[in-house]
Write a protein that binds this ligand. Structure first.
Ligand SMILES: C[S@@+](CC[C@H](N)C(=O)[O-])C[C@H]1O[C@@H](n2cnc3c(N)ncnc32)[C@H](O)[C@@H]1O
Length: 363
């Protein structure tokens, strides 16, 4: 059996996901070839050297991959399951050598996969029990331990693998499913909600997403992103020529400014968050975000970069590199992560902040 890494991404983005893992593995001098399950959001990275699989998921932070939602190292090839005694067949193929802290029942992120996930939920109960009985699954609460993945292709076909508790997504298939708030003005509200939950660690949310902070929302109408800022108690300047939802204006927390988002500069230096969802050329948005941070107009920025039809991975790399080069030119320390989040479609979300004083800020 060859040892491979299985990566989950948004269906339709397998090529980008494959190109990215191959490139970032090569930076670590690990090589292999890609096999994609087209439109299923599943990518195999078959490593030439089997030992590299675990080394790679240990060394490369999952957070550094833009197009990968979740990953695992294979323990088995695809296993054929009988119609009965599926649990026994899975437990048997695992052996008793290794223990896991958690079990994830997974499928492709497709309509067929959704139908299959009901079956998985039912099977999870007896499977967990049996894994515990056989001491393959340890007691809950061990975040450091390995996570066991069971990827189902049908009720009769599964592949098993593991990820490392310290470098894995906490969600099944790496997807954080959120409930759409019925009073939000647009569905894109979920993009910013997911982004805040993904990029800002839980124990820092109280200070970095706290009530009373000031925010600017560029390309705000009708207000899905502003809604997330208002909901967290922030005061928001919403920039867009289009109309904002009345319900948001009534909160008294929103100032609507009908001006060009590329020309707007805040009068006061008290803006903490800049969020931006303008449908614009990504390099223009990337440049604007870097300028806001370097001038100290905001402390943190969360923004979308629209993806082109072709050469999506290369374009994203170019736009992010431009921001990195601009920061390097000004010798600032910074933190920047980008992710193709679940609620993103033809765009990725980027979070950036400076860790040293903004060099172009004027008193
Ligand atoms: C995808 S929509 C934003 C949706 C919004 N984030 C929400 O959650 O409801 C993009 C918005 O960007 C605005 N926009 C595009 N170019 C702009 C510019 N130069 N200045 C201000 N707004 C702009 C458009 O008017 C449009 O309302």
């Amino acid at each position: 059996m060859k040892t491979s890494i299985v990566l989950y991404c948004r269906p339709g983005f397998e090529k980008e996901c494959g190109a990215e893992i191959q490139e970032k593995a090569a930076w670590n001098e690990m090589y292999g070839y890609i096999e994609i399950l087209k439109r299923e959001g599943i990518v195999y990275f078959h490593l030439h050297n089997s030992e590299d699989a675990e080394k790679l998921i240990e060394k490369l932070p999952l957070k550094r991959l833009i197009f990968t939602r979740q990953w695992f190292v294979t323990l088995t090839d695809k296993i054929e399951l009988p119609d009965y005694n599926r649990v026994e067949a899975i437990v048997e193929s695992l052996g008793t050598e290794w223990q896991y802290a958690d079990l994830r029942m997974e499928t492709a992120d497709t309509n067929d996969g959704k139908a299959l996930s009901k079956f998985c939920r039912k099977l999870a109960v007896p499977l967990r029990q049996s894994l515990r009985k056989n001491k393959i699954l340890t007691e809950k609460g061990d975040n450091e331990g390995a996570v066991l993945h069971a990827l189902f292709f049908s009720g009769n076909e599964v592949q098993l693998g593991y990820s490392l508790g310290t470098n894995t997504s906490p969600y099944v298939m790496g997807i954080n499913r959120l409930k759409f708030p019925s009073n939000a003005p647009s569905r894109s509200t979920l993009k910013l909600d997911e982004a805040f939950l993904y990029f800002i660690p839980k124990d820092e949310r109280e200070s970095r997403l706290s009530s009373g902070l000031n925010a600017v929302d560029l390309g705000a109408a009708p207000g899905g992103w502003t809604y997330q800022l208002v909901r967290r108690g922030m005061m928001v300047q919403s920039i867009d020529n289009g109309p904002m939802a009345e319900s948001l204006m009534e909160t008294g927390q929103v100032k609507h400014r009908m001006v060009d988002g590329f020309k707007f500069i805040p009068v006061k230096k008290n803006v903490y968050w800049l969020v931006c969802d303008m449908v614009e050329k990504p390099h223009r948005v990337a440049y604007l975000m870097a300028q806001w941070l370097l001038h100290g107009y905001c402390k943190e920025a969360m923004f979308n970069l629209k993806l082109p039809m072709k050469g999506r991975y290369q374009q994203v790399q170019k736009d992010l590199q431009m921001i990195k080069d601009t920061f390097a030119e000004h010798k600032v320390k910074y933190e920047m992560y980008a992710k193709h989040l679940y609620y993103d479609r033809e765009e990725i979300t980027v979070h950036a902040r400076l860790l040293s004083p903004p060099p172009l800020a004027k008193d």
